[in-house]
Ligand binder design. Sequence first.
Ligand code: IVH
Length: 678
Amino acid sequence: MNAPDKARRRVDALREEIRNHDYQYYVLDNPEVPDAEYDRLFRELVELESAYPELLIADSPTQRVGGAPLGEFSQVEHAVPMLSLDNAFSPDEVVAFDRRVRERLESEADIHYAAEPKLDGMAISLRYEHGTFVQAATRGDGRTGEDVTHNVKTIKAVPMSLRGQGFPTVLEVRGEVYMPLAGFEAMNAEARRAGEKTFANPRNATAGSLRQLDPRIAAKRPLTMFVYGIGEVQGEGLPGTHSGTLAQLAAWGFRICPENDVVTGAAGCIAYYERIGARRDQMAYEIDGVVFKVDAYAQQRELGFVSRAPRWAIANKFPAQEELTIMKGVDWQVGRTGAVTPVARLEPVMVGGVTVANATLHNIDELERKDVRVGDTVVVRRAGDVIPEVVRVVIKRRQKGAKKISLPRECPVCGSEVVRAEGEAVARCSAGLYCEAQRKEALKHFVSRKAMDIEGLGSKLIEQLVDAGRISTPADLFDGTRINVEILASMDRMGEKSASNLMAAIEASRDVTLSRFLFALGIREVGEATAENLAVHFGSLESLIKACNDPESLVRVQDVGPIVAEHIRAFFSEEHNLDVIRKLTGEHGVRIQTFQPAQYESEAFANQSFVVTGTLSAMSRDDAKAAIKQRGGKVSGSVSRKTNFLVYGEKAGSKLEKARELGIPLLNEADFLKMLDG
Ligand code: IVH
C-alpha cells in the first residue's frame, strides 16, 4: 500500500520537528517545549511509521533504539589512527611543551592554542557519509576499534543527520562520550536501592554502557557527548584551524564543550588550567585535566607525530580523584530519619587536591557487598560536591587478620535498639526524636534554606545549642527564654552582631508558607515537591491533620502513594510532634500562611504557564512559583512558545532574551505583585 501524500508530508514534518527538539534539548541544553509535547510528537510519528512501514527510514528519530542485540562486536579499522596525548603535570612542563613547539616551527611569535577540558569518558569516532550518520567506533588500540553504532545511536546528543549544508562527503568526527555526574549518581543510587551492582565512576559506567551488545541498555543510561576533533575527511567544507572546525561542527549540530577557548602562549595555557581547575568541583561532568592543541592546522602538519601522540598537543593533568589509602575503622552516623550509616575512617590522603579522612560506605548492604574490612587498602573517590566514598577494596593487599565489620545492635548515640526492616538496606535507630543525633539532624533540616530558611544558624551552632541543653525541638528556637541575643552571643564563634542578626532571621522566619513549613517538619519521604502538593491540596495544616484520619484522602494528593501517606499519618499521630506544632503555632507565634483550597480552585491563573527568572527582591523565586501554583497556574523551567508570561527579576539572562524574541508578555516584579493581588 502506498502511503498517502498527506501522511508522507506529516512524517517529514514530524521528523524535522523532533530532530529540532532533540538538538535544542540534548545539544544546546535549552528545551523549547515541555516533555509532554515532545512525547506527543514522538508517538504520532511512531504511529504513522507503523501504519505506513514504507515510510520508515534508518535515520528516523524513532530508530535510535532499534534492532536486536548483537552476537558480537565487529572490528573497525580507523582510516586515520586515533592517537593519545602526552601528559604534562606542572606549569614547567607546559612551558617546555610550548618551547618545543616554537622551536620546531621556528616561530618568534606566540602560538595560539585551542584549550579544552580533558573529558573523562570514552573516545568515540562518528562517521558521516553525505551528512548521514553511518558508524560509531571505539578507539581500541588506536588502529582498530569496535563497532558500537547500535549503542551510540541511542545517544540523543549525536545527530543522525547533519544540520545545514556544505559538509564533506565523508566526515569522521571524534569526541568523548561521557556520563554527567548527576546522572551517574542517580543511576548508582537506584542500583543501591535495588541491591544491584554500582559503578565505580562515570568513566566505567560509560565504558560499561557502550560495551553492551544490547542497545536497550545503553538507551537507558544518561550518556551524552562532546566532540573535540576530526578523523578522516573526504571533500571540502572545513576551516583551517581547530577552533574554527569545532565552531563549524557546532553549526552542523554537534555538541561542543562550552568551556573551550583559544589562548596565547604558555602563559595563556597556564591561566586556562588555573581557571578550569578552580571550577572543576562545580562542573556537571568529570574532567581529569585540560588539553592544549596548536590551533592552526598548517602548524599541526608541520609538527607531526611521535609514535602514538601528536607533537602539537598536550594534556595537562589535574590531581587524581581516586586514591589508595588504609581503612582504619568505621564510625556509625545517625541521620535525621534515624538511618545508621557506616562512615569509613581513613588514613588521611589527598584526593583531587583536598585531604580526605572520612568517606561514606552508604549502607550496610553496600559495605557487605564491597566486603570492606578494617585494615584494608581501599580506593577512595571524591568528585564534585559529592561526599567522598569508598569505591572498592584492593583485595591483593589484604593483610591477615583484617577485621569484618558488622552493624551495631545499639544506636551509637543514644543506645536504643537498631532495627533493620525486612528487605531494607537501611538500618535505623528506633528512638526517633528521643535520640540526640536525630534531634540535631531534624533541627538542621528544620532551619535549612528550603525549609524555614533561618540564615546564620549553621550545623555547628545547632550542635552547640543542643549540647548546651538550650534547644531540643524546633519550638525551642522561638522560645525567648531559651534563645536570645545574650545566649547566642555566648556561643563559640558568635558575637553580639551575629547573634542579633540571627535573632532577626529567626523573627523573619515566623511568617512561613505552608509548603515550607511542611517540608521543614522532616516527615519521612516528604520532600519539597510533596510538601508543596500537600499544601496546595489542603490549604491549611488543620485540614491536612484532619485528613490523616482518612487514608483515602491523603493518597488523592498528587504523587502521594500509600507508603508516603502512612509516613504522614504516623507523623501526625505522634503526640510529641503535635505538641511541637502546637507550641510553634501557638505561644511561639509562627504564622503559617494558609489559604482556602477554594481560592486555588477559583483558578485565577488557570491554564496559564509562567516562567520565573532572575532575582526578585520581595520574595524568593520559590515563593513566586508557589504563589503561581496556588492560583492554579503552571510553572515551567524553560521558555517556549507556550509560555504565557515571563516573570523576571534582577540579572535575568537567556530566558528573558528568549521570551523577548518570542514576543511573550514580560512581567517585572511590580507587575507580577499586582497580578497576584488580582
Ligand atoms: S584530543 C590527537 N581532546 O584523551 C589528539 N582528547 O589521551 C587525540 N580526551 O583517548 C585526542 N578530552 O579520550 C582530545 N578535549 C580532548 C579530550 C581528549 C578527553 C581523551 C580521549 C583520548 C585521550 C588522549
